[in-house]
Design a protein around this ligand. Structure first.
Ligand SMILES: C[S@@+](CC[C@H](N)C(=O)[O-])C[C@H]1O[C@@H](n2cnc3c(N)ncnc32)[C@H](O)[C@@H]1O
Length: 276
């Protein structure tokens, strides 16, 4: 793997995460108690606006019981479990971080969803699947860690069936450098935000047609303002996963949005009929 991928993986290297989660989740109930995706949402929806954003993206992507979903950069699996529990569909997640994949499997077991949801450690730039395997690919708050967008979107196109949908929810560049450290990168060395226009061009070049295109920056600003006023949710939350300074790091994203340095984009694309 490249040096940059190693650095990104280090950022999400939460050693001993599963054991920490086991201990932290004791406040909700004993190990034998089944958990719901809603109970886990404060800690396993690792993106702006949390579960609300996943709910909206799923609707926009027209997910249903027959969807075969790949969640690229699936984190500790919150979006994958929510979709499987809500729609009854099958979801596969891939993520660069082995501790995240291990934690995702543990949490999936705790929610009783292991027959519908599975996870693998892999790079988004080299997806371990054959051509045309999925009907929907999700990418939520991952692209900003990936410099080779041509390869990323080509890989997503390759594993989608013709007319399959690609739903993305990501941070995009506006004007000026964002305030570091950020939830996805402590420095600019592992942050690769692209403008919304450049993102659309890269995706369409990979063989996609745009179906939906939404600037969600204002909704994200409102959400960060509410978070600032109310403080982080009670533990366990994303601080349990990313460390005690996570609330301050997340606040830097809120500040970068307010200052107009970055924006939030939601978009859905359809895979062209012919493989490129
Ligand atoms: C901010 S988290 C978002 C996790 C998840 N999508 C969610 O919304 O809950 C970014 C995730 O992308 C993963 N990631 C970053 N670069 C990746 C790559 N090249 N291949 C696979 N996963 C990657 C990280 O390991 C991390 O789990």
């Amino acid at each position: 793997m490249s040096d940059v991928l190693d650095e990104v993986r280090d950022h999400y290297r939460a050693t001993g995460l599963t054991e920490q989660l086991k201990a932290a989740l004791a406040v909700i109930g004993p190990e034998s108690q089944r958990l719901t995706p809603q109970q886990l949402a404060p800690l396993d929806q690792f993106h702006t606006r949390g579960l609300a954003a996943t709910i909206e993206l799923a609707k926009l992507a027209e997910i249903d019981a027959g969807s075969l979903i790949l969640d690229v950069g699936s984190g500790i699996g919150g979006p994958a479990r929510f979709l499987a529990a809500t729609y009854g569909c099958q979801v596969t997640g891939v993520d660069l971080s082995e501790p995240f994949v291990d934690a995702a499997r543990y949490l999936t077991d705790r929610t009783g969803l292991s027959r519908q949801v599975s996870f693998q450690t892999a790079s988004a730039l080299e997806l371990p699947f054959g051509q045309g395997r999925f009907t929907v690919v999700l990418l939520q708050h991952v692209a900003m860690n990936i410099s080779d967008r041509v390869q990323l979107y080509r890989e997503i196109r390759r594993v989608l069936k013709p007319r399959g949908r690609f739903a993305t929810f990501d941070v995009v560049a506006n004007s000026g450098e964002p305030h570091y450290p950020l939830p996805w990168a402590r420095t600019r060395a592992t942050s690769f935000v692209l403008s919304a226009t450049a993102t659309r061009k890269a995706i369409e070049t990979a063989g996609f047609r745009t179906l939906a295109w939404q600037d969600d920056t204002e909704a994200a600003k409102v959400w960060f303002a509410q978070l600032r006023a109310s403080g982080p949710p009670p533990a366990p939350n994303l601080g349990t996963v990313m460390g005690p300074d996570f609330a301050q790091v997340a606040a830097n994203l809120g500040r970068s949005l307010l200052d107009g340095r970055v924006g939030i984009l939601t978009a859905v694309f359809e895979a062209a009929q012919i493989h490129t």
